[in-house]
Design a protein around this ligand. Structure first.
Ligand code: CTP
Length: 403
């Protein structure tokens, strides 16, 4: 099950123009299965209405009026106690100062004082305000108490100036929520290396041989491992995807580069998942200069690219911590026979057999249908599910095998 599913998150929204982005954050968290209770400060309400949040979360959004309502004496305690995490995004310089000093003069700050859960703050203010020694001291004080401060980012500010003060994007806050909720998970203290994307094999300085891999499945596995508390190294071929928050990202181009990065990272890793579509063949010669039309149609000779999993299998005795190695089998025919053969020949602990001839599974789409085949000959046929759900199942098996 996803680390987000069924968790209670309190989202405090204070008076900054970035409050509109908080609606997107609330929506993204809700879509992940989080129960989001929003508390708007009076200034926050001037930018976005409670109805906006209620519409995306399906739950009541609280405002200053609720502090003095009939449930007032218990509301802040109840909200604070139920929450797994308190996120304040955007957080103004004023609210930051109140939190640092334990001031509790509105529903949000009184709830923050009553809450026992971790605190994540995404500041938003004008550049000069963030750099002010008073704000810097408040930030330092909150960090010392264990609060996680995300951002602010550099860029265009509402004042028309440019500087450090923009609230980070919801994607980044969501990534940090994942890390915080998962930090004591089953893979805490374990290093997991994940590869993703389709490698590019150069032909000349402008052309490459590549494949249709989008990297989605590999990135989802990296996110899922992060949500279980792992230290994740994502070795990725070029993709259009954003790097998962908290992963150490190693960018590579060719299968050869990927092999070198994987061998280096596996020296102290506990698990490796090869989700990348690494090239099997590459041009034998890479032209130093761009191949020109006037020279006629080039004849390209291919040679074998290194098989990364086979090389790792051959060096496993030197990789003392590496207990789990998993791969994928992308097949368009005889799925289970071919996958089973790869499981053995690549000396894997398990393999995810992937029928790439189906329209709703495999390359580029959001869903996947895989059968997991294990070294002990057990099998698990998973129904059609999202790539994130496939990733969770794979990560669950890694935790089980590492136990
Ligand atoms: N793989 C690898 N090195 C390569 C190619 C693939 O380590 N040069 C890994 C993939 O990441 C995957 C597994 O091997 O986890 C199986 O990949 P797949 O393309 O299905 O099989 P191949 O071994 O390349 O064999 P074939 O293409 O002939 O089916």
């Amino acid at each position: 099950m996803s680390v987000f599913q069924g968790k209670h998150i309190l989202l405090g929204v204070t008076g900054s123009i970035a409050a509109y982005k908080a609606a997107d954050l609330a929506s993204k968290l809700t879509q992940e299965g989080v129960l989001v209770d929003v508390i708007l400060t009076r200034a926050g309400e001037s930018f976005v209405t409670p109805l906006t949040f209620q519409s995306v979360t399906g739950r009541r959004a609280y405002t200053e009026k609720d502090l003095w309502g009939s449930e007032a004496h218990v509301l802040h305690v109840g909200l604070g106690r139920e929450a797994n995490l308190l996120v304040i995004a955007p957080c103004t310089a004023d609210t930051l100062a109140k939190l640092a000093h334990g001031i509790a003069d509105n529903l949000l700050t009184v709830t923050a004082l009553a809450a026992q859960c971790p605190l994540l703050i995404a500041p938003a203010m004008d550049g000069g305000m963030f750099d002010h020694p008073a704000t810097q001291e408040n930030v330092a004080k909150l960090k010392e108490r264990g609060a996680v401060i995300v951002g602010p980012a550099e860029g265009h500010l509402a004042s028309g100036l440019s500087g450090k003060g923009r609230m980070v994007e919801p994607f980044e806050i969501l990534g940090n929520v994942r890390l915080l909720l998962g930090r004591n998970g089953k893979l805490a203290g374990k290093k997991v290396v994940v590869t993703a994307g389709g490698t590019q094999e150069p032909l000349d300085p402008v052309r490459v041989l590549t494949n249709h891999s989008s990297g989605k499945q590999g990135y989802a596995i990296a996110e899922s491992a992060l949500a279980s508390g792992a230290d994740v190294v994502l070795v990725t071929a070029p993709t259009a995807l954003s790097a998962p928050v908290g992963a150490c990202v190693v960018r590579v181009q060719s299968a050869e580069d990927m092999l070198n990065a994987v061998l280096e990272e596996c020296k102290d890793a506990d698990a490796l998942v090869m989700a990348a579509a690494a090239a099997d063949f590459r041009p034998k010669n890479i032209a130093k200069d761009k191949l020109k039309k006037r020279d006629g149609i080039p004849q390209i000779t291919l040679e074998a690219a290194p098989d990364i999993l086979k090389t790792v299998a051959g060096q496993r005795s030197g990789m003392k911590r590496l207990k789990v190695v998993a791969g994928f089998a992308a097949e368009s025919q005889s799925l289970l026979e071919n996958a089973s053969e790869k499981l053995k020949s690549k000396n894997l602990d398990f393999i995810a057999a992937n029928d790439i001839s189906a329209k709703d599974a495999g390359f580029e789409v959001e869903t996947n249908r895989v059968t997991l085949l294990f070294a002990d000959e057990s099998r698990e046929a998973l129904p059609l599910m999202s790539k994130s759900e496939v990733a969770e199942r794979i990560v669950e098996h890694i935790s089980r095998l590492l136990e």
